[in-house]
Design a protein around this ligand. Structure first.
Ligand code: PNS
Length: 160
């Protein structure tokens, strides 16, 4: 039984993330979407909100579950007994960062293997930060996120 982690900040989860999670779920027996609590990024959504939105967005995938984690990814992987990480790779801009993360994680625990799924062209440009900016400026995000995420974004920006 092969379980993979798909880690991320998911602030918020987008259709680009869902494409990768969906494809990982067809390759693996089980996928754990790992929502990072401690991140250098100043997040719009709390850890509870990011986890909840990710759970709702993946509820239709029977072999996918969502967990939040704090601290190092390698420690969370060890705790869950998982040795495979699957990440999406968009245009070359992602490569250097992912290369660095993989190298660090390998140094921390050589048993943790990271594999990459290439984003399809329609999601190559898509990121949570672009979605947040679009929503903040009153743009239509419905092509890029689930209806629940679109509503959550609208609530955040009308509160502000
Ligand atoms: O969606 P993102 O922002 O690209 O996800 C990055 C994430 C959360 C996967 C990465 O920052 C991470 O693994 N954070 C946990 C802390 C950690 O293990 N960092 C690497 C060693 S310093």
């Amino acid at each position: 039984m092969t379980t993979a982690l798909t880690p991320g900040t998911f602030d918020p989860i987008t259709c680009g993330h869902l494409d990768i999670i969906n494809r990982a779920s067809t390759l693996m027996d089980e996928v754990i979407v790992a929502v990072a609590e401690s991140t250098p990024k100043n997040t719009l959504f709390t850890i509870e909100e990011r986890t909840d939105l990710a759970r709702k967005a993946t509820a239709h995938l029977p072999n996918v579950r969502v967990e939040s984690f704090d601290g190092l990814l390698v420690n969370f992987a060890r705790k869950m007994g998982v040795s495979v990480v699957v990440k999406g790779l968009r245009a070359i801009t992602d490569f250097e960062y992912e290369f660095q993360m993989n190298a660090i994680n390998q140094q921390l625990d050589y048993r943790l293997e990271t594999t990459f799924i290439m984003s399809p062209p329609e999601y190559m440009y898509l990121s949570s930060s672009i979605v947040r900016e679009l929503a903040a400026l009153g743009g239509d995000v419905s092509k890029f996120v689930t209806p629940e995420v679109a509503e959550a974004l609208a609530r955040k920006y009308t509160q502000a």
